[in-house]
Ligand binder design. Sequence first.
Ligand code: FMN
Length: 161
Amino acid sequence: MAKNLVLYFSVYGTAKAVAEEITKQTGSDLAEINPAVPYDGNRDHYNALAHLAKREHDEDARPAIKNAINIDGYDNIFIGYPMWWYTFPMILYTLFDKYDFSGKTIIPFNTHMGSGDGGTYDTIRKLEPNAKVVDGLPVEMRDAETGAADAVSKWIKSLEI
Ligand SMILES: Cc1cc2nc3c(=O)[nH]c(=O)nc-3n(C[C@H](O)[C@H](O)[C@H](O)COP(=O)(O)O)c2cc1C
């Protein structure tokens, strides 16, 4: 049987909620991408996070990942993240720089407030040319807050994993 991992980065908790829902519905293992320098998850401080995220984006930064992530032995890896400034947070670039997903199937999902996936599934295809990257699931933030169980269920069925 294929082994599945759900890997996610989340600051406000919505990508986390979707990750947990996918984990529940697929019986996958779950792992988080933890930044070495934590981001402020207080939504009242949005402006400061927006400013920091923009700077990281403009500087093409590679924020360090604190934890070792084990992707060995997994066939299918769900990767979830929020949209930040029309793409994924720069720490996802760190992930794809650091880990080689060759031969694996990447199943992306993301949370957003209107940008959809913003072309990030294609970005992953470019960064991991030797992985199979399937079409992912974009979830609007307000639906993602509670895990988006129905949308996740429909999507999982369509994946045939
Ligand atoms: C710094 C920052 C930048 C964002 N940029 C976008 C964006 O470009 N497009 C969009 O649709 N949503 C954007 N959002 C909204 C997030 O994608 C949305 O709040 C998401 O649900 C957060 O995921 P999380 O709860 O897992 O952290 C942004 C949010 C933050 C904090």
